[in-house]
Design a binder for this molecule. Structure first.
Ligand code: PLP
Length: 357
């Protein structure tokens, strides 16, 4: 704290991202990055773009990227907003669409950045508890609100809300914006992007960080009615008119064009997730079915915090949240089969050491 800080800064409680360790021989299963690299076509596109043109500002409207994504989904470019990672897109939409008189609603167990944005922008919020099995019941959101946001599949639980339930919510909640944060949708869900023509209060966000292996490039998207998109553009152009750099733009275009590569790595992650879940079950873990690129598991006998610390000793990092209701869970990113094997071997040896002690 310094006397030079503004009141706003004094009151912030910033988001704490998962650790990005400096050691490179660790098996890193803590931040839901893709274990496979980006499409070779992405690397090629960025290499081609690298040159004298970097002296120029990028296209402030990212027309080429928006058109590519529009063609991919069969929608209009005007229905798409792009930003420097979906965290930036989320920051803008909290400011542009969720700041109203009434409190906004999101699940008690959810992406922990949401309350941080509320703190930054002075937005009141109310947490809606997930059911005991961590499923999200859309009818719980039928109450006065200034907006609704949840990830689908939810993080860190991995559970999916069906598109039918989302439609039902949109039909019954028409006076505020409903944001579906689809950071993990490509690992097993059906996107709500196809609903944006029918519901003028639906905004869907996505990221290239997870399913397209581009967390380092920082590209996020929002989809919705042109009026919602215009609100985001107004905030962007009052903040930073050039959020998408030239390299990120061409890389993102190439990522959407290489659908075959994208589908093949998503399928690999989905297959490995099933194997990992089966093996964890055999080791005494319990978990609900995941539609994301991670599993959310608790051991029937062992403390999650202790397990996470012991795993770190074996060079494997997973995410443990010291939060009410989930302090006995570990969120484990699905790695390559080789990485998952290292995790499982480490767990076997940790659990065996308990038995013998
Ligand atoms: C990872 C994640 C994001 C942020 O993604 P970036 O595009 O890398 O900023 C947003 N929402 C959820 C639920 C996430 O897990």
């Amino acid at each position: 704290m310094s006397r030079y800080w503004s009141k706003v800064v004094q009151q912030l409680s910033p988001y704490v991202p998962g650790e990005q360790p400096k050691l490179d021989n660790l098996v890193k299963l803590n931040t839901n990055e893709n274990p496979y690299g980006p499409s070779p076509k992405v690397i090629e596109a960025i290499q081609t773009e690298l040159g004298d043109n970097l002296r120029l500002y990028p296209d402030p409207a990212s027309e080429q990227l928006r058109q590519t994504v529009a063609d991919y989904y069969g929608i209009q470019a005007e229905q798409i907003f792009v930003g420097n990672g979906s965290d930036e897109v989320l920051a803008h939409l909290f400011n542009a669409l969720l700041k109203h008189e009434q409190s906004i609603l999101f699940p008690d167990i959810s992406y922990s950045f949401y309350p941080v944005y509320c703190g930054l922008y002075g937005i009141d919020y109310k947490c809606v508890p997930l059911a005991d099995d961590f499923s999200l019941k859309v009818k719980d959101y039928l109450q006065p609100n200034g907006g609704i946001i949840f990830p689908n599949p939810n993080a860190p639980t991995g559970q999916l809300v069906s598109l039918v339930d989302i439609e039902w919510l949109l039909e019954n909640n028409t006076d505020s914006v409903v944001v579906i944060d689809e950071a993990y949708i490509d690992f097993g869900g059906e996107s709500a992007v196809k609903l944006i023509d029918r519901f003028p209060n639906l905004l869907v966000t996505q990221t290239l960080s997870k399913s397209r292996s581009l967390a380092g490039l920082r590209v996020g998207l929002a989809f919705g009615h042109v009026d919602l998109i215009e609100a985001l553009i107004r905030v962007k152009d009052s903040f930073n008119s050039y959020p998408m750099d030239s390299l990120a733009s061409v890389g993102a275009v190439a990522a959407f064009e290489d659908k075959k590569y994208f589908e093949s790595i998503c399928n690999k992650v989905i297959e490995s997730r099933q194997k990992l879940a089966d093996e964890l079950t055999q080791l005494g873990f319990e978990m609900s079915p995941s539609s994301a690129n991670f599993v959310f598991a608790r051991h029937a006998q062992r403390d999650a915090g202790e397990l996470a610390a012991a795993l770190r000793g074996h060079g494997v990092i997973v995410r443990h949240f010291k939060q009410d209701r989930i302090e006995q869970y570990l969120r484990i990113t699905v790695g390559t089969d080789q990485q998952n094997k290292v995790l499982l071997e480490a767990l076997k040896s940790i659990l065996a050491s308990y038995v013998s002690s």
